[in-house]
Design a protein. Structure first.
Length: 373
């Protein structure tokens, strides 16, 4: 153990420096143990004084005692400082800002299909269309016969149908209906389109009339990215003395303009549906590429438009002028009244508006998908 006065000075300065740079109470206690504990460096130095001669002992002894006093003084000062510091930071951690806004609770929202249906309803209602509803289980009469699709008609094959088992007592009809319904026992099915609501509505309301009927429909078919066994349709019907295809074109063009919030154009192509004559497929000029079939990205590169399959037009719905036989089925004189009917696929609209590429996602119940809307 070196015990000259220079060593005492070095030891003292080293100890003080270490105390001052100490940042927590645990390290500080450890320092105290290392310097002035039972086997601490300063303790051992003081113990070794006995081996020196009197003169040296007095000189170094004084220095060593001073060093110890200084160590204890610095130690107490630092300890006080660290205690205060820890108290203050603890206080800060536990501090509560009572003016801070509360944490938001997770909130649910409407399914994208419900949102689309509401938007479509609002637009048609603002154009004077009434709202109607009908049952999802329909009779053969309302779903087919009254719409000019008799049992023997090959057009029935256009709709893959879920037929329901005949009730035990087939005379007892589940659904109230027309005189024809009472004449023959009815077969029941899950409605394949919303068109039966046209019949039900016209049985009650006499023309002129404007009505829409959104609802769920069913098809007995294999599912893939574009087909589901059930989906949503919005039926439209307008009957008057001089309602023409031009009225239809104007109304549907206005609907798409408001729905997609973009200027658009529609075109009609001849097509066949048993309940209309003439019938047409309706194409909408692609609102995503403005009918060009491609878009230009930020880098100036040409990119094919996937929404319209690069053709610039999107086949969006079926429509036509209501067939005289349909009007006759509801005792409405086709010589006096005429009008148009259409059916829009709401799933198709949702898929286009939100760029969804698989219809099955809409029915998956997958929160990762649904939370995006
Ligand atoms: Zn396009």
């Amino acid at each position: 153990m070196p015990n000259d006065s220079q060593y005492v000075e070095i030891l003292q300065s080293k100890a003080i420096t270490e105390i001052q740079s100490c940042s927590n109470l645990k390290d500080l206690e450890e320092l105290s143990h290392r310097y002035i504990g039972k086997k601490g460096e300063l303790t051992l130095l003081l113990r070794s004084l006995g081996t020196l001669d009197e003169k040296e002992r007095k000189k170094i002894g004084q220095k060593a005692n001073k060093a110890r006093e200084m160590f204890e003084r610095e130690f107490a000062k630092k300890k006080q400082h660290l205690i205060m510091h820890e108290f203050e930071s603890g206080e800060q951690d536990e501090w509560i800002d009572i003016t801070a806004p509360g944490a938001k609770l997770p909130k649910g929202h409407l399914h994208p299909l419900t949102q689309i249906q509401r938007e479509a309803k609002e637009i048609f209602q603002s154009m004077g269309f009434a709202l109607a509803d009908g049952p999802e289980i329909e009779s053969e009469w309302y779903n087919f016969d009254a719409l000019n699709i008799p049992a023997s008609h090959p057009a029935r094959d256009m709709w893959d149908t879920f037929w329901l088992k005949e009730p035990e007592n087939s005379k007892q009809n589940l659904l109230s209906g027309t005189a024809i319904l009472k004449e023959k026992p009815q077969k029941f099915l899950l409605r394949t389109h919303t068109s039966p609501v046209q019949i039900r509505y016209m049985e009650k309301i006499k023309p002129p009339l404007r009505v829409i009927a959104p609802g769920r429909i069913f098809r007995y078919e294999a599912t893939d990215a574009r087909h589901e066994i059930n989906f949503y349709q919005l039926e439209g019907l307008m009957i008057g003395k001089d309602v023409s295809a031009a009225h239809f074109k104007g109304i549907i063009q206005e609907f798409f303009k408001r729905f997609f919030e973009k200027e658009t154009v529609v075109r009609l192509r001849p097509s066949y549906f048993p309940f209309v004559e003439p019938g047409f497929e309706v194409d909408m000029r692609c609102v995503f590429c403005a009918g060009k079939g491609f878009s230009i990205n930020k880098e100036g590169q040409k990119k094919d438009c996937s929404s319209c399959g690069h053709g610039g037009w999107i086949e969006i719905m079926g429509a036509g002028m209501v067939h005289p036989n349909v009007l006759k089925a509801v005792k409405c004189d086709p010589k006096e009244w005429q009008g148009f009917a259409f059916g829009i696929g709401l799933d198709r609209l949702a898929m286009m508006k939100y760029k969804i590429n698989d219809i099955r996602l809409l029915y998956s119940g997958d929160m990762r998908f649904l939370e995006q809307f």
